[in-house]
Design a protein around this ligand. Structure first.
Ligand SMILES: [Zn+2]
Length: 125
């Protein structure tokens, strides 16, 4: 199972785009809290499987290294997209992409009206 970025509205997965790298949450508790604050997801608690992708960091947050992306110590992610349009894009992608859940899949298959499906997925998400 590839890791998926935990940022809201971000669909980046590990190993698809070589320009995107997924990072584990920092072990330092203070920095970890800053990451969680930056992500702004309600009741979000990172687990050891939680990953955040490189798209949420600035270029100068990385150690200069030509072969791979390495984060500098103590940096906090800052590039996030919270607007509603972004959320809509995300939910629409869910319908055409991977199956969200067996129940939802059934609803999507039985009702091809896009507005209805989007609304349902949005409500479930
Ligand atoms: Zn991401």
């Amino acid at each position: 199972m590839p890791y998926k970025c935990c940022a809201y509205g971000c669909n980046n997965v590990d190993g698809v785009d070589k320009n995107i790298k997924l990072f584990r949450f920092p072990l330092n508790e203070t920095t970890e809290k800053e990451w969680v604050n930056a992500i702004q997801r309600k009741d979000f608690k990172p687990s050891k499987y939680s990953r955040l992708c490189s798209a949420h960091f600035n270029p100068n947050d990385f150690v200069e290294n030509p072969n791979r992306l390495v984060l500098k110590e103590g940096v906090v992610p800052s590039n996030f997209n919270y607007p509603a349009t972004r959320i809509k894009k995300y939910t629409k992608k869910k319908i055409t992409g991977n199956v969200y859940s067996p129940v939802l899949n059934e609803i999507v298959q039985n009702n091809s009206h896009p507005g209805y499906s989007t609304k349902l997925i949005f409500w479930c998400a």
